[in-house]
Design a protein around this ligand. Structure first.
Ligand code: HEC
Length: 104
């Protein structure tokens, strides 16, 4: 009896797990907040502190966010002096893009 209750609880946990943000998304959000938020709006709401910097939640309206992977790896060059050049390692990029996906 106790055993089947335990098993049921485990199944319920396993089913519930995908509802939570993965740690990759959380790392991506933390990264965006600490490195990009001084200019970009990084969340679901709010304006960019720097008005010319697009809010991250609008990026997917212009292109699939996966297409950023390459430019993030090579270093984004927007030709805008206000945007510092970044070069991110693949893990960071994966985390960051996972987070962007949650904003779509
Ligand atoms: C000092 C301010 C500043 C910081 C910090 C900053 N950005 Fe930007 N970013 C800008 C501005 C300004 C633009 C708009 C440039 C333009 O349109 O010419 C921009 C544009 C972008 C774009 C759009 C590029 C395009 O061509 O569509 C992306 C993606 C982006 N930033 C990502 C990031 C990421 C990721 C970070 C953090 C790692 C970051 N930015 C940090 C100022 C900043």
């Amino acid at each position: 009896m106790l055993r089947s209750v335990l098993i049921q609880a485990l199944i319920a946990l396993a089913l519930a797990a995908p509802a939570f943000a993965t740690s990759s998304e959380q790392r991506g959000r933390t990264f965006a907040q600490s490195h990009c938020a001084q200019c970009h709006a990084t969340g679901r709401v709010g304006r960019s502190p720097l008005p010319t910097a697009p809010p991250f939640r609008t990026l997917h309206l212009h292109y699939p966010v996966e297409s950023l992977a390459e430019s993030l790896a090579e270093g984004i060059e927007t030709g805008h002096p206000a945007m510092p050049e970044f070069q991110l390692d693949p893990d960071r990029i994966h985390d960051f893009l996972s987070y962007l996906k949650t904003l779509e």
